[in-house]
Design a protein around this ligand. Structure first.
Ligand code: GLA
Ligand code: ZN
Length: 701
C-alpha cells in the first residue's frame, strides 16, 4: 500500500568518506527512507570532455543500497563543469543587459547552446545506462529520476535568438501572420525577413526592466519561448533516460508560484510533479496551500512530491529565521493534506562551505542527533512510518476551482497601463485566501480546463482570454455554475491585442456588463465599495448588507447591462457607480451567476463576498471560518482523511463533523466530539468516506 516517502537531498561527496557510515546510522535514527543524490556532481562525474568517472557515485549508491534506502537519482545537469565554459564559451548565458556570463554559480547554461544540449543529454544517458538497466548492483534502489534542478532563468544569446526565430516560424508560419499578431505597424516595426527579429531585452524593446517593454506581443512570445526552451532540455534528458529505463518515473523539481515557466505546459511531460517549498515568511499558510493545490492541479489531481523544504532555516535571504518548534511538522502535514505523497528536505547533511554552509539541514556540522531540529525530523519520520498503508494515492474532492493562467500572469504584468502595481501572484493569493479561510477544497486548474465538475469557478485577473475560453465559461454559467472574475479580466487576446469590442471583451456577454473607463491610482489612494444593493439569487438579503470595504489600485467604472449591481464605489466622481456586479443566467431552479469584481477589494471584502457566494451554494462546512485552523481532506477507496491543522498562535477547539480514528494518536473520536487543537497541532481523522458530511448547522468558531 506504500508509505509517504521521507528524506531528501544528500551530498556525502562534500564530506570525508569516514563519516558516511555514521550518516547511515543517523538516517536510520531519523526514519529516512529516500535520498535524492547526484544533483550537483557534473564537475566530478565528467572531469573533461572525454572522461566520465562514476567511482564516487557508485560508492554512494552502494552505501545507500546496503543501508536499505531508496534513491531519487538526479542527472546533475543544473550546473555545468568549469572546463565546459572554458572550451565552449557559448555554453554560458547572455543576460537581459546583453552581458555574456563566464563560469560561475549554477543554473547558468544556455538552454539552446549546442554544447550544453549535447553534453547534458549524454550525461543523462550514461547515468541511466549505468544505473537504470537493472544490471548494476544499485539499480534496484532507484525510485525515481530527478532531471536537472529548479529549471529557470532566461538567456538572450545568439543561439537563443536563432532558436526563437525557429519557434516563431513554427507558431506563425508567415511573417504576415507574425506582423499582425505583434501589431508591428505600431512604431515602424514591420518585419520583412525572419532574421530581423531579435530577442526582446534591455538592448532592444525594454526600456525599464523585464516588465517594461515597447512590444508586449514580442515579450510575451519570448516568455513562452524561454519556457519551451528549458522544457525541451527536460524532454531531451528524459528521452535519453528512457532509452535505458523504460518504467521508472521521471520528474524535475518545480518552484511553485514561479513566473518564468508555464508549468501547465510542462506537466504533461513529467511522470509526477514535485516542488520545493520555501515560503517567504512564517505567515504564508494560504500561499503554501494555494501552491500545493496548483502543483496537484498541474496533473489533474495526481499526488505530487514535496521534493525540498528546509528542516529549519534558509541561507539565501537577508535574514533567515529558524522554523519555530512544531512548524516543520505542521507544514509537512499541510503538504500531505493537499496531495503530497513524499516529504523531503534540502538537505540531510549540512554543507561544509560555500553559500549554503549556514542553510538548515537534518544533520548539522556537529553530526549530532540530539539537536532540536534532528529530534523534530526524527519524530515526523516516526509518525510517517506509523501511517504506512494510509493516505498515499488519496485524492482531493473539490467543488470550487481557481483558474491559474501563466499567459495572463505574463500579460498583465508586462502591460503598459493601467497600473504597474497589480501583482498576479498577490491577487491570486488574496482570492485563494478568501476560500482557504472558509476551508473549502479548491482545485487549481488551467484556463482551458473542463469546468463542468465544479459549482464555483474563480478566475481573478483573467487578463488574456485564449480562443475557446469564453465559450467554456458561458457554458459553465448557463449550466448553473457560479463564475467570479476580477478587474482587468477579458482585456487581450492570445497575442496581447485588445479585442475589437469594449472590455471585458468576450466575457462581457456572460458578465452582463461593459467597461468604458478604468481608473488607476497610487496604492495608498483608497476608495471603498459599499455593498447595500441587491439581495441574493434566492431573494435573501445576504449577511452584512450595508457593509463597506476598502479598495485600491484599479477601479473599473462598470456599466451594468443585464447584471445586478452588488456593490458601488463610495467616493470620487464615480461614487455610486457599480464596482461589483452579478449577472444571473438561466433557469430559476438552478440559475448560473457571473460575478465581476471591478477593483482590488481588501481582504475583508473578499472574505465577505466569498462567504456569501459559498453559503448560497451550500458549500460552507462546519470548519468554515474557524480562525487559524485549516481543515482539508483526501479520499481513498471508502476512507476520508481529514487533516486539521492549527496555524494560529492560540489553542483552538473544533467539533468533529464525523466520527473516526485520530490516526496519530489512535484515539477514537465520535461525531460532534470536541477536538482541542494546540498551536501547531495536527490531527488526521480517518472516517468512512461514504457518509455525507452533515449540513453546516453547527458552526465552529
Ligand atoms: C533550492 C535548490 C537546492 C538548495 C536549496 C536551498 O531549492 O534546489 O539545491 O539550493 O534551494 O534552499
Ligand atoms: Zn542562450
Amino acid at each position: 500500500m506504500g508509505k509517504i516517502l521521507f528524506g531528501g537531498d544528500y551530498n556525502p561527496d562534500q564530506w570525508p568518506e569516514e563519516i558516511w557510515d555514521r550518516d547511515m546510522e543517523l538516517l536510520d535514527e531519523a526514519h529516512v527512507d529516500t535520498l535524492t543524490v547526484n544533483v550537483f556532481s557534473w564537475g566530478t562525474l565528467q572531469p573533461d570532455e572525454h572522461t566520465y568517472d562514476f567511482a564516487v557515485l557508485d560508492q554512494i549508491l552502494e552505501k545507500l543500497a546496503a543501508a536499505g534506502k531508496s534513491v531519487c537519482l538526479a542527472t546533475s545537469t543544473a550546473a555545468h563543469p568549469a572546463w565546459m565554459a572554458r572550451e565552449y564559451p557559448d555554453v554560458t548565458r547572455v543576460d537581459f543587459e546583453g552581458r555574456r556570463h563566464v563560469f560561475g554559480q549554477r543554473h547558468n547554461s544556455c538552454p539552446n547552446s549546442p554544447a550544453y544540449r549535447r553534453f547534458s543529454v549524454e550525461l543523462a544517458r550514461r547515468i541511466a545506462e549505468r544505473y537504470g538497466t537493472g544490471t548494476h548492483p544499485s539499480s534496484g534502489i532507484i525510485a525515481a529520476w530527478h532531471v536537472n534542478n529548479e529549471y529557470g532563468g532566461t538567456c538572450y544569446c545568439e543561439h537563443c535568438g536563432s532558436a526563437f526565430r525557429v519557434w516563431l516560424r513554427a507558431r506563425y508560419r508567415t511573417l504576415a501572420a507574425l506582423n499582425k499578431a505583434w501589431n508591428t505597424t505600431f512604431w515602424s516595426h514591420t518585419f520583412h525577413a525572419w532574421e530581423e527579429i531579435v530577442p526582446p531585452s534591455a538592448l532592444s524593446e525594454h526600456w525599464g526592466g523585464p516588465n517594461v517593454t515597447a512590444f508586449q506581443g514580442i515579450t510575451l512570445d519570448y516568455l513562452r519561448f524561454n519556457s519551451d526552451s528549458l522544457l525541451q532540455n527536460f524532454i531531451d534528458e528524459k528521452a535519453a533516460i528512457r532509452e535505458f529505463s523504460p518504467d521508472l518515473p521521471v520528474t524535475t523539481n518545480f518552484m511553485g508560484l514561479y513566473r518564468p515557466l508555464d508549468y501547465f505546459r510542462w506537466a504533461p511531460h513529467l511522470d509526477f510533479v514535485s516542488w520545493d517549498n520555501y515560503p517567504p515568511d512564517a505567515q504564508s499558510h494560504a500561499r503554501m496551500a494555494l501552491t500545493h493545490d496548483l502543483m496537484r492541479g498541474l496533473k489533474g489531481g495526481q499526488p505530487f512530491w514535496l521534493m525540498e523544504q528546509t528542516p529549519s532555516q534558509t541561507a539565501c535571504r537577508d535574514f533567515n529565521p529558524v522554523k519555530r518548534p512544531g512548524v516543520m511538522r505542521l507544514w509537512s502535514f499541510q503538504a500531505v493534506a493537499h496531495g503530497a505523497d513524499a516529504v523531503l528536505f534540502f538537505q540531510m547533511r549540512q554543507s561544509r562551505g560555500a553559500s549554503e554552509k549556514d542553510h538548515g539541514a537534518v544533520i548539522t556540522h556537529g553530526g549530532r542527533s540530539d539537536t532540536r531540529v534532528f529530534r523534530e525530523v526524527a519524530g515526523l519520520g516516526e509518525e510517517l512510518e506509523s501511517l504506512a498503508g494510509e493516505i498515499v494515492g488519496a485524492r482531493t474532492h473539490a467543488k470550487v476551482a481557481l483558474v491559474f493562467d501563466w499567459d495572463s500572469w505574463w500579460a498583465v504584468e508586462i502591460s503598459d497601463g493601467p497600473s504597474r502595481h497589480v501583482s498576479y501572484q498577490q491577487t491570486l493569493i488574496a482570492y485563494y485566501r478568501a476560500l482557504f479561510e472558509q476551508n473549502v477544497a479548491v482545485d487549481v486548474v488551467p484556463a482551458d480546463a473542463d469546468l463542468s465538475q465544479y459549482d464555483v469557478v474563480v478566475a481573478p485577473l483573467l487578463h488574456l482570454v485564449k480562443a475557446g475560453v469564453a465559450a467554456r465559461v458561458e457554458a459553465f454559467v448557463e449550466g448553473g455554475g457560479v463564475f467570479v472574475t476580477s478587474f482587468l479580466s477579458g482585456r487581450v487576446d492570445e497575442s496581447d491585442n485588445a479585442f475589437e469590442m469594449e472590455a471585458p471583451g468576450p466575457l462581457a456577454r456572460i458578465l452582463g456588463i461593459r467597461i468604458d473607463e478604468t481608473d488607476a491610482l497610487a496604492p495608498e489612494d483608497l476608495n471603498a465599495v459599499v455593498f447595500d444593493h441587491v439581495p441574493d439569487v434566492n431573494g435573501v438579503v445576504p449577511d452584512g448588507v450595508g457593509v463597506r470595504f476598502a479598495a485600491n489600485l484599479v477601479f473599473d467604472l462598470v456599466q451594468p447591462g443585464t447584471a445586478d449591481v452588488i456593490g458601488v464605489y463610495e467616493s470620487d466622481f464615480y461614487a455610486g457607480m457599480a464596482a461589483v456586479t452579478r449577472n444571473v443566467i438561466g433557469k430559476a431552479d438552478m440559475p448560473g451567476e457571473a460575478w465581476y469584481v471591478g477593483t482590488n477589494l481588501d481582504a475583508g471584502g473578499l472574505r465577505w463576498l466569498f462567504e456569501s457566494v459559498l453559503r448560497a451554494r451550500g458549500l460552507l462546512n462546519c470548519y468554515s471560518g474557524v480562525p487559524g485552523v485549516e481543515a482539508v481532506a483526501r479520499y481513498r477507496d471508502d476512507v476520508r482523511y481529514l487533516f486539521l491543522l492549527n496555524h494560529g498562535e492560540a489553542e483552538s477547539c473544533v467539533v468533529a463533523d464525523m466520527g473516526g480514528v485520530s490516526l496519530l494518536t489512535q484515539a477514537v473520536i465520535s461525531a460532534g466530539e470536541r477536538i482541542a487543537l494546540a498551536p501547531k497541532a495536527v490531527v488526521i481523522l480517518q472516517s468512512p468516506a461514504s457518509v455525507d458530511p452533515p449540513a453546516p448547522d453547527v458552526r465552529n468558531s
